[in-house]
Design a protein around this ligand. Structure first.
Ligand SMILES: N[C@@H](CCC(=O)N[C@@H](CS)C(=O)NCC(=O)O)C(=O)O
Length: 228
């Protein structure tokens, strides 16, 4: 690893892509400084942050002056730049291509479909004071079910992790999205033993940092439960 580097990571742990980046940094012990961008306070709309990312979204990294947005690009950059164990983003072309295959698919399926459930059950009611729109949630849940079917058949299959026998960046992006609806007390893997076993494997591979990354989400879940 290059010495004397300063890697700054702009994140909010309530954000799924931010947690994926956080988990890789911790799993690989990559030295970094966290700059918290509190989305609920609008920190991402300040002029300083907008200069870094005109899209006003987290995560963003600044690695010795090099600015990068998009969790997918950030995770791959970190894996390439820092000497991380090969299994995260294998150098062997076919194995790497399988990770790229998932990450390309992820942004049109797992991410929007799981995030929508959280947005409708937690964010919108919190921001507007309105009731949960059960019909919309039910439509989002059926779309998510199709995505979960595909996750099981196209990716997980009989292997322990999404892209093979070891954990990769793909598992990080996926797990963080599939945890998000827990904020509203909903375990989207409840009736999916195959994906539950995968979740447990990912969790044990990551150790304590898994729960640390999800602490904010767990506290939202507790507040949600208390209101019931
Ligand atoms: N494709 C981006 C998505 C980033 C993103 O949507 N971040 C959200 C938090 S999960 C955000 O910053 N939202 C603030 C906003 O849109 O106002 C990535 O994977 O990094």
């Amino acid at each position: 690893m290059a010495s004397g580097r300063l890697l700054e990571v702009y994140l909010d742990l309530l954000s799924q892509p931010c947690r994926a980046v956080y988990l890789l940094l911790h799993a690989c012990k990559i030295p970094h400084t966290v700059r918290t961008v509190a989305l609920r306070k609008g920190d991402h709309r300040t002029p300083e942050f907008t200069k870094l990312n005109p899209m006003q979204k987290v995560p963003v990294i600044v690695d010795n002056g090099f600015v990068l947005t998009e969790s997918d690009a950030i995770l791959k950059y970190l894996a390439n730049k820092y000497d991380v164990p090969d299994h995260w983003y294998p150098r062997q072309p076919e194995r790497r291509a399988k990770v790229d295959e998932y990450t390309a698919w992820h942004h049109s399926y797992t991410r929007p479909h799981a995030a929508r459930v959280f947005i409708q059950e937690v964010l919108i009611p919190r921001q507007t004071g309105s009731q949960v729109d059960e019909q919309r949630v039910s439509r989002s849940l059926s779309q998510l079910e199709e995505t979960l079917d595909q996750l099981e058949t196209m990716f997980l299959g009989r292997q322990p992790f999404l892209c093979g026998h070891d954990i990769t960046l793909a598992d990080l992006l996926a797990i963080c999205e599939l945890m998000q609806p827990l904020g509203g007390g909903r375990d989207v893997l409840q009736d999916r033993p195959q994906l539950q076993r995968w979740r447990s494997r990912v969790q044990s591979a990551l150790g304590e940092s898994f729960d640390r990354a999800h602490a904010v989400l767990y506290s939202i879940r507790e507040r949600y439960k208390a209101k019931l």
